[in-house]
Write a protein of this length. Structure first.
Length: 249
């Protein structure tokens, strides 16, 4: 069932989103060669605790960490670990913040150290695909309009859109209906209505869109070893323009 949030619920989620965005800003300062994703995960857990919040995915279906940390060819749900990151690595940090019952979800792909031209273009296109999707997240549009906008742009730029993982509704639980594919046909799918809160989180690959699962049954990675990037915001559908509650600007 697709639910629409009350004004009170949306206000709570906005507060969680502000905290999540501030956490990502701090993470960006840590992305230097030699840092580990375990150190980032530890930082996030402490940062949230110091601000009266908790990492919602910790304990979700047995998941053990405050963040998902996906490096290079990992698409999503990578485990934080103690191996140092190297200059030029890309790493996606994904987290869900629970602040007094309000939830917000955002992933961001960072470059460790310096980005070469190829890497920067890949990340720029992935981020732009997110905002192309957000532009379509208006009351009266359909979910397919979001995926169509993302797919048309990303594929024209030479990248593949992951099919196996989608955006979703959120609040008061971490994953709710509807699913938000990042590919598809315009004019198809459920209609977006004022008060819905969703995530849009395109994952683009440099090679094939297909994924494979690690033995831990969590981490998905590309089948060809090419890199994957992701940017995600939590969005409120309003009667006017979409409201990004995890905006870092």
């Amino acid at each position: 069932m697709i639910t629409r949030k009350s004004a009170r619920e949306i206000t709570m989620m906005e507060e969680a989103g502000k905290l999540l965005a501030s956490c990502h800003k701090e993470i960006s300062k840590m992305m230097k060669p030699g840092v580990t994703t375990k150190e980032i995960d530890d930082f996030v857990e402490k940062f949230l605790a110091d601000n009266g919040a908790t990492p919602e995915q910790k304990g979700y279906n047995g998941y053990e960490y405050a963040t998902c940390a996906s490096v290079n060819d990992e698409i999503c749900h990578g485990f934080p670990r103690s191996e140092p990151l190297s200059n030029g690595d890309i790493v996606t940090i994904d987290m869900v913040v629970n602040l007094n019952g309000g939830l917000a979800d955002s992933a961001w792909t960072y470059v460790v150290g310096e980005a070469d031209e190829k890497t920067q273009r890949f990340l720029d296109v992935t981020k732009e695909s997110l905002y192309r999707g957000i532009k379509e997240a208006k009351a009266g549009n359909r979910i397919g309009d979001i995926g169509y906008a993302i797919q048309q742009y990303a594929e024209a730029e030479g990248y593949a859109v992951v099919r196996d993982f989608t955006g979703h509704g959120i609040g008061p639980t971490i994953h709710e209906e509807p699913h938000i594919p990042h590919f598809g046909l315009a004019g198809k799918g459920p209609r977006l209505k004022e008060g819905m809160v969703i995530t849009i989180e395109p994952m683009l690959n440099e090679g094939s869109w297909h994924s494979k699962m690690d033995n831990n049954n969590w981490t998905a990675r590309t089948v060809d070893g090419e890199r994957s990037a992701q940017f995600e915001h939590t969005i409120v559908i309003t009667k006017n323009e979409p409201l990004i509650i995890t905006d870092q600007d």
